[in-house]
Design a protein around this ligand. Sequence first.
Ligand SMILES: Nc1ncnc2c1ncn2[C@@H]1O[C@H](COP(=O)(O)OP(=O)(O)OP(=O)(O)O)[C@@H](O)[C@H]1O
Ligand SMILES: [Mg+2]
Length: 146
Amino acid sequence: MSTILLTETKTAEETELLGFKLAKSLRPDDVVALYGELGSGKTCFVNGIARGLNVLKSVKSPSFSIINEYPGNVPLFHIDFYRLENTAEIEDIGWTEYLDSGGIVIIEWAERVKNVLPSKRIDVYFQILNEVARRLEIIAVDDSGN
Ligand SMILES: Nc1ncnc2c1ncn2[C@@H]1O[C@H](COP(=O)(O)OP(=O)(O)OP(=O)(O)O)[C@@H](O)[C@H]1O
Ligand SMILES: [Mg+2]
């Protein structure tokens, strides 16, 4: 595990810009897991990643579907586990099919599926500091040796 970046943003635009910058170093099949409470900026960050991958549509949190696919330089699969009700549902959804599909997978509420996340991934932790400030920590994770 190594921390790539630990920083504070003061606006939503700054958080989006971090996503945009991260997108430039993402490769097909990369998985980005986002953790943090409601309103901490996860979707905002996903929007930045989407722009960085030349996705034209603006990303919205899927309200009923759990997975949204956006075409871009590579397909972007945006998964939001906020509404996940039980762990059995994790398998029903079949989201793991997206893991080796050549796209980039971004997961909101990753804490809800922590034990089924791939061992190699990028973790991003969001923390609300105040109304306009967010703490973000981006970590490159490789648990494959464990
Ligand atoms: N520094 C900041 N970074 C990101 N968002 C910010 C910041 N300051 C204020 N905001 C506001 O906080 C909100 C973040 O919303 P966003 O939908 O990205 O959160 P989320 O983590 O995806 O929440 P949810 O768990 O409901 O999906 C937006 O309304 C945004 O304008
Ligand atoms: Mg969200």
